[in-house]
Design a protein around this ligand. Sequence first.
Ligand SMILES: [Zn+2]
Length: 129
Amino acid sequence: MRKGNKLTSILGFKCPHCHEGEFFVDRNPYHLSTVGDVLDHCPVCNRRFTPEPGFYYGGMYVSYALAVALFAIVYIAMIVFFPDAPLWADAATVITALIILSPLIYAVSKTIWANLFMHYKGPHRTGEE
Ligand SMILES: [Zn+2]
């Protein structure tokens, strides 16, 4: 994906300012001890990732929206592909999908939230903003 496109930052877990530096301490959201740990500064452009204390609490709204969307997609897929499945099987499949994908949803919700408020400024290195 080209730089300047927010999807580069959101799905690649890259800095929202330069789309080059890493955003998380650990890129793999399934390393549960570090999932969602955001670096203080971008290692490439040196811009801060936390504009104010508690900034990423807002990511909960994004996380909720993603979880509801996943719920709907999995539930509709169950109804379309397995119309005779009992309700408990639909519920078990939806809950299993939510549990398995929750670390990924958590990480993506933070990059989406950051990209709502931080915009592409190019890779040149700056002092702290
Ligand atoms: Zn950067």
